[in-house]
Design a protein around this ligand. Sequence first.
Ligand SMILES: *Cc1c(COP(=O)(O)O)cnc(C)c1O
Length: 342
Amino acid sequence: MHQPLRLTIDASALQSNWRWLQERAGVPAGAAVKANGYGLGARDALDALYDAGCRTFFVSTYAEATALGDVPEDSSVVVLHGPGPDDVQAALNSQARPVLNSPDQVARWKEIAPDRACDVMIDTGINRLGLRPEQSELLAGLSIDTLHSHLACGDENCPLNVMQLERFRAVVGAISAKRYALANSAGICLGRDYSFDLVRPGLSIYGGVPRAEAEGQIGQVARIEAQIVQRRTIHAGESCGYGATFTADEDTQAAILNIGYADGYLRGFSSRGMAFAGEITLPVIGRVSMDLIAVGCDAAPDLKEGDWVELDYALPDAAHQSGLSQYELLTTLGSRFARRWV
Ligand SMILES: *Cc1c(COP(=O)(O)O)cnc(C)c1O
């Protein structure tokens, strides 16, 4: 069935973003493919990143690990949320390595698979998941592959970054593991002090720019386009859309596009989003509806019903327009897009 909106995912941009991150880090890079590959397709992302050389893939849950299917033998899937009380069977059936985050998870792993390799999360300041450093004696006897910690504000210049780095260095000295990992995308930007043995980028692989250091280095991966349902003239003095938030000063040409907040094009783009017809920029006018938006198209006299218009979804720009985070922009994209990897 024809879909009047499409999401095009550029696999070579994804790969070159990942390569830039790995080069910048100077150590092997894994890839977060949780949340269905940040909304773009976890399995397709995994395959493209494997071809680029990535061998470690991070998901949130065993359900996500299972959904990935079999992965090549020389690569591993790591489950960030670890084995919960309802994951015992899945964990035993899965090749994926858990991250043990709490005393409960450590005890559970020791009971069900004491000899199998695991990862461990140590909290150094985010207070989300992870053992406190002083709980490390619980880890005795485990076979730890990678010991992780996670930055709370890598995307900002915040004293907590250096504090977490120093705490993690102390952890590295105190707990033995095959490898140590601290940095997400933003952490990679902070510099090689944060690299340790492995980095865990997510956002920037998919086109996100968390810090100035990545500007100009990270390419757009996801592009969205919608088809025009109708072209119309809004007469001077008339409004357009719910709430009548836009009123035309003069006669204004508008194209009504087949996309709305049900597709993840959220209301923050109302009168702030941009679209492109080739080189011509078209402003979103009025409020985003569930299934439709209007863009002003005085500058594009030839645009007509059935033509495709690209929305400005370069993540830093779209975040600025909408007030949403770059993470939200990716992960809220809806299910009505025809998805194409190119
Ligand atoms: C999601 C996640 C990442 C990836 O973070 P980005 O900010 O998307 O690069 C890395 N590590 C952990 C523990 C995560 O939960």
